[in-house]
Write a protein that binds this ligand. Structure first.
Ligand SMILES: NC(=O)c1ccc[n+]([C@@H]2O[C@H](COP(=O)([O-])OP(=O)(O)OC[C@H]3O[C@@H](n4cnc5c(N)ncnc54)[C@H](OP(=O)(O)O)[C@@H]3O)[C@@H](O)[C@H]2O)c1
Length: 200
């Protein structure tokens, strides 16, 4: 399969792409790194990226951030940062990318455990992750009619991030990277659609 992987150089992405490249042809995309550069917060930049790459069999996104900070200090703009990046960045990749997917193709997005297991300072991410999950549930039926599957992987705190950000996740069990990788493999190579694939 030809797989476009947005965020393929990131903490999660590099482990998933290492596994995928054993069997598939990968195109890595990032804002500075990878084979092709674009900005997922900019709809036109997404269009330009797909025009350059052309048709693919799978689109995978393991990218997109959101503001973390105390609820008492949150502003509307803090939410919009996450909306522009992790929420609409991923959704716009689907809105544009659906027209570049071969029949029988798949889309895999990324949310996260904070959708249902909150931490202090994580309100924006909890909201955004649920929005991404909701988009996938909503979009799956119509995409299926056109022969395209869509799922979202929702990882817990991953092992490779535990040292850097584990202190923000008291009591959370870091998820081994091979389990995280398998969540993406299930979505890309399996048969499910419309699923939130929880890897906690
Ligand atoms: N790490 C965890 O424990 C964890 C747990 C649950 C969920 N998640 C979610 O998983 C996703 C990936 O997390 P991660 O820790 O692997 O992130 P990461 O290490 O920061 O990697 C982010 C990736 O996204 C790319 N990227 C960043 N901004 C971009 C932009 N504007 N346009 C296009 N590409 C962009 C980066 O490439 P460039 O540097 O080239 O831009 C990089 O490849 C995030 O949505 C995160 O919220 C992570």
């Amino acid at each position: 399969m030809k797989i476009l992987f947005v965020g393929g150089t990131g903490t999660i992405g590099k482990k998933v792409t290492a596994k995928l490249q054993e069997k598939h042809e990968l195109v890595l995309a990032g804002s500075r790194s990878g084979d092709v550069q674009f900005d997922m917060t900019d709809y036109r930049s997404i269009e330009g990226m797909f025009q350059k790459i052309g048709k693919v069999d799978a689109l995978v996104v393991a990218a997109g951030g959101a503001y973390m900070g105390p609820l008492a200090q949150l502003t509307e703009e803090h939410f919009y940062q996450g909306i522009r990046s992790k929420m609409m960045g991923q959704i716009n990749l689907v809105l544009v990318g659906q027209h570049y997917l071969n029949n029988g193709g798949s889309i895999t997005l990324t949310s996260g455990i904070l959708s249902e297991d909150p931490i202090a300072n994580g309100t924006v991410l909890s909201a955004i992750n649920n929005a991404v999950n909701g988009f996938v549930v909503g979009a799956a039926g119509e995409l299926l009619q056109r022969g395209i599957r869509i799922n979202v992987v929702s990882p817990g705190l991953v092992e490779d991030s535990a040292e850097a950000i584990g202190s923000y996740f008291p009591g959370h069990n870091p998820v081994p990277m091979d389990r995280v990788v398998n969540g993406y493999i299930k979505s890309i190579e399996g048969i499910q659609t419309g699923q939130v694939i929880k890897v906690y």
